[in-house]
Unconditional design. Sequence first.
Length: 342
Amino acid sequence: MNKKIFTYKKSGVDINAADKFVKFISSVSSRKKGKKKFSNIGGFGSISDIPTKIKQPKIVACTDGVGTKIEIANTLNKYDTIGIDLVAMSVNDLIVQGARPLLFLDYISINKIDSKKLKLIITGIIQGCKQAECELVGGETAEMPGTYEKGKFDIAGFAVGIVGKSKILKKKKIKPNDIILAIPSSGLHSNGYSLVRYLINKKKINIKKNRFLKKELLEPTKIYVQEVLKLIDKNLIRGCANITGGGLADNIKRIIPEHFSAEIDLDKIKITEIFRWLKKNNISDKEMLKTFNCGVGFCLIVNPKNLKKVSKFFTKKYKPYIIGKISKGKNKVKLNGAINWI
């Protein structure tokens, strides 16, 4: 063989390996009982049904990634949960509009096809789609030698949902004296990991040998789709917010109408161990609240009379509790009191 012949494989891109991976995705994502789906993984595009019972349907679309949580997965060589995070970051945004997730696509870029690693990531994505009751209809895997270092990769997700016009959660539905409910997070979700990694590096913590951090740092993001959509169907909530980057205040204010204020009592927030651990490492309250969800993964705004009805839709672990109320005012968010970190 002439060694001077140039090929795509010699440049670092193995199309055959990519094709085998696509066949794997197609096989695992199609293992569903019942009616055959239209998804065409491996084709140029995917076709999906639009529900026919929705009046005046509106399409809602979201995209997101999981940030530097990927680097924790690389350090621990554990990739079976970040796919769940990827789905969660988009579908938890969709439901804030009142939308039901219909389909999901992923984008994976990597220095070199690693079938074992990619299969674990995809398995997590499929699990996330199952929890969100939506379908993985396709995606893209890009082998990019020279762009990423050896073993490095990035992932992004794209979700599309649908909502009837009358079911859209608009700001005008929120009224004075409505209560603000916190739904617990499953941990850090996918925010603040650059600060977490900076802290770990500065303190020279070996997370491979730290059982607590090893578990907490890759705990997958809670997907709130099933519970929240049931509440929307029953007209039990007036607004909701996914608590992601920017923390509680920055995300709540995005749904508060003009001339209204969300008064939040910080001392009512139920802190879990991972946030206590972070706080002990010389991080200010302001920084904690801006960077992390601090135990509140999602917020609901409801009429006080519906509190008991709302609570019935959640398991004990994720039971919502009151952290504030809506009042008239110029400041969209008022943080009162202080978090009890003990």
